[in-house]
Write a new protein. Structure first.
Lengths: 164, 611
């Protein structure tokens, strides 16, 4: 608890009255925005909790639930959409038995979609734990996913050169 | 490097930087923006670092931002000859280094077409039809090294600006004819003039780097590859308008862009190009970066301002315009990334030079992201007024799979579709608006016969429905209703009067929404109804999706003439719907088929057909 208070006080000192960068810092640290942290933040900033909650729910990049160990982000921007992005989302959702925006019960995988990553020329683009993969298909993504499931660390290389 | 206190010291630094670089004119530049990295440029960079280890004094390796030809990535450009090698693998690095040392060329790594090898950058059709003013410098700049920007004459425009009166700078920008590259096309000089004219001790400027249009990424490329050009443009603008502080509001979805902008602000501060008394001019100005948090509507000026103020990004009524009452209630000028990047080029080369490029009403070049169902995908910088046909067929070389190209979508979710028979349209703000679309930030998404226009309109409507801030009922509820009607159409459940209802709703949303998002939200629907009514009617009357996209209306079948019985589809089918003996024609059980389309993706013999 004291640790959480210290964390927030240090951020308020750094960013002053600016809520968004503080929220971004909390999320970077915890991987999501724990309700307890938001309550402390509202109290320390002397603003109603609803104002914090309002900002958090307005912006797509904030998560109120913890994310899994691995995050699979599928771009569903226009160019990725017409080249088959939605098929990838469906395939991963089916494989993990969750919907986009959810996390598996064992907290291993989260499936996210994003409006555009700006890698439109090589779409559909998939990002797994910060690593970008271009020209993906449902089948390639599943292959990659299964390699991660088997805890093989060499998965980075699997998809890259198949595409060219 | 120590702080510079005058333009003379900057001159001296140019001389030093150029003489340091003089003996190293052989450069291998690797395109390593986010998209390059997604295609494997990081491994390629490592391979090159190993390969040149003994020849570091003879060749310099430059890890640069995007070179624009994304379909060819990972690629390198070898200077000074400008030799272009495409789609490289790490194992190509040693022989490329060797070829550079021996002044040789490796033909099989060059771009080839119909048996012709294009060795040099300017010969490649993708580049030869472009006019690259802003993107030209990207391959020559290591974004972590400000010296590269200086070596190309960076900050000469700022030195020149400090010799001019602020009014003279604004006049130059006015004469150049530069218009806002964010989409609306408002004359930049006039916008600056309005902010300059405000009576206030404190004024602000903002660089709008919230490139939210899905399918557009030119700003990302400039931010990642050449952020100094944007910063220089901002400093000049601030000096002209009398602003004391600037912000770059950049999307959080662009981590490399965020990192490079922050780094380059630090470098500019170290050199005294930002901060107190810049180059001894008496003018002080600094820039801060604010990361967005993932809201499309924040590209709208007033919403963006609220987001910097750490509030919900909800647009406000205008007037008052940001130029009168903007960030923290101070007069604020907002320009887009590409607009700012044009400013130093105009100051150095003159207003006439810029005004001579482009069309009657739109001057200069515009960067488009040519993506979708086109062979040469990438960033394309062309003079305003070029035809869509030139962009799609001469630069993009048409469809990658020999399919018939159907349309180009411009302007992102606020834009519309231009059908193939109108490709002789000159691309500028007015003509695109006349055709029912808009220029927007410059996304050009090419669609072929396999793209369903109803599904596409539904996609954008769903996007806008999700991104509507919820303030105006017409936008919030109207986009939701439109989405439901479009879903009914794609599922074959709609009646013919639904088209009338869509059009009626569209006009209400346009007229009753406060900001640009709502006012333009119906465009994708209206433009597809305008040009592709047949497709809508096929869904409604015949319960048929001509492009074979809308799941409810299609079924997958196996073409017995092409099927070799390889079993790949059976192996990959997630619902066990495909049966067949090895080497015998397979068949799909329609009861079990979930229409995921994976069989069609994996089949190597084109034997999966959609009906």
């Amino acid at each position: 608890m004291q640790e959480a208070i210290n964390f927030i006080e240090a951020r308020i000192k750094k960013y002053g009255k600016y809520l968004i960068p503080i929220l971004q810092d909390i999320q970077q640290f915890y991987n999501y925005l724990p309700e307890e942290m938001l309550r402390i933040l509202a109290e320390k900033m002397h603003i109603p909790f609803i104002d914090v909650y309002g900002v958090v729910t307005f912006y797509n990049s904030f998560n109120l639930a913890p994310k899994g160990e691995h995050t699979i982000t599928v771009c569903t921007g226009t160019a990725c959409y017409i080249r088959g992005g939605p098929k990838i989302v469906e395939a991963v959702a089916r494989e993990l038995n969750i919907e986009a925006g959810q996390t598996t019960d064992d907290m291993k995988f989260s499936l996210e979609t994003v409006n555009c990553l700006g890698c439109c020329a090589i779409g559909p683009t998939v990002v797994i734990d910060g690593e970008y993969y271009g020209e993906m298909t449902a089948q390639k993504t599943l292959k990659l996913l299964r390699t991660i499931k088997e805890e093989k660390k060499e998965y980075e290389q699997v998809a890259l050169y198949e595409s060219t | 490097m120590s702080k510079l206190h005058s333009t003379n010291q900057l001159e001296a630094l140019y001389k030093k930087v150029l003489s340091d670089k003089a003996h190293k004119n052989r450069i291998i530049s690797i395109s390593s923006g986010t998209c390059g990295q997604a295609r494997g440029s990081i491994k390629l960079v490592e391979a090159f670092q190993d390969a040149i280890i003994d020849d570091k004094d003879k060749i310099s390796l430059k890890v640069s931002g995007c070179h624009g030809f994304c379909a060819a990535e990972p690629n390198v450009i070898i200077y000074p000859q400008e030799i272009f090698y495409k789609n490289l693998k790490p194992e190509d690095a040693p022989r490329i280094v060797q070829s550079v040392l021996n002044d040789e060329i490796i033909p099989e790594l060059t771009v080839s077409q119909n048996g012709t090898n294009f060795i040099h950058l300017e010969e490649i059709p993708f580049y030869s039809h472009q006019k690259r003013i802003l993107l030209h410098d990207n391959p020559l700049i290591d974004p972590t090294n400000i010296e590269d920007y200086l070596a190309l004459g960076g900050y000469k425009a700022l030195s020149k600006a400090f010799e001019m009166q602020p009014e003279e700078i604004i006049e130059t920008i006015k004469l150049s004819g530069l218009r806002g590259r964010g989409g609306a096309g408002f004359p930049t000089g006039r916008k600056w003039d309005i902010t300059r004219g405000q009576k206030s001790e404190v004024k602000y400027i903002i660089c709008n780097a919230d490139e939210g249009d899905p399918g557009a990424y030119m700003d990302r490329s400039l931010l990642e590859g050449n952020s100094q050009s944007i910063l220089e443009g901002m400093i000049i603008g601030a000096y002209a308008m009398g602003a004391t502080k600037g912000w770059v509001y950049v999307r959080t979805e662009y981590p490399l862009a965020v990192q490079n902008v922050i780094l380059n602000i630090d470098k500019a501060q170290e050199l005294g190009l930002l901060g107190e008394n810049i180059l001894g001019s008496g003018f002080s100005f600094d820039i801060e970066v604010v990361r967005g948090a993932g809201a499309f509507v924040c590209g709208e000026e007033t919403a963006l301002i609220h987001s910097i103020e750490s509030m919900r990004g909800i647009p406000s009524q205008r007037p008052p315009f940001p130029a009168q009452k903007g960030l923290f209630n101070k007069p604020t000028n907002i320009n887009n990334v590409e607009t700012w990047a044009n400013v130093p080029k105009i100051l150095v080369n003159g207003a006439d030079w810029f005004a001579n490029i482009g069309s009657e009403t739109c001057k200069g070049t515009k960067i488009f992201s040519l993506v979708g169902k086109v062979k040469n995908t990438g960033l394309v910088e062309v003079p305003m007024g070029i035809t869509l046909r030139e962009v799609v067929y001469d630069i993009g070389e048409g469809s990658p799979k020999g399919k018939k190209i159907k349309a180009v979508q411009t302007g992102g979710p606020s834009g519309g579709c231009i059908p193939e028979n109108m490709f002789d349209l000159a691309v500028d703000y007015e003509s695109l608006t006349g055709a029912g679309s808009i220029m927007g930030s410059g996304g050009m998404i090419v669609m072929d016969e396999d793209t369903c226009m109803v599904d596409f309109a539904r996609y954008f409507t769903n996007f806008l429905q999700g991104e509507s801030c919820g303030n105006c009922s017409a936008c919030r509820e109207g986009t939701q209703r439109m989405y439901e009607i479009l879903t009914d159409i794609t599922e074959g459940k709609a009646e013919e009067d639904s088209l009338e209802l869509l059009e009626e709703l569209a006009h209400v949303i346009k007229n009753a929404s406060l900001c640009g998002l709502g006012q333009t939200a119906p465009n994708p629907v209206l433009s597809t109804i305008r040009y592709y009514k047949d497709e809508y009617l096929a869904h409604i009357r015949d319960k048929r999706c001509p492009a074979g996209v809308c799941k409810t209306l299609i079924k997958y079948q196996i073409d017995a003439n092409n099927c070799t019985g390889c079993g790949l589809c059976t192996k990959n089918c997630p619902s066990g719907a495909i049966e067949g003996e090895l080497k015998q024609t397979h068949s799909i059980d329609q009861e079990k088929c979930i229409k995921c389309g994976i069989c069609s993706d994996v089949c190597k013999f084109n034997s999966i057909i959609t009906e």
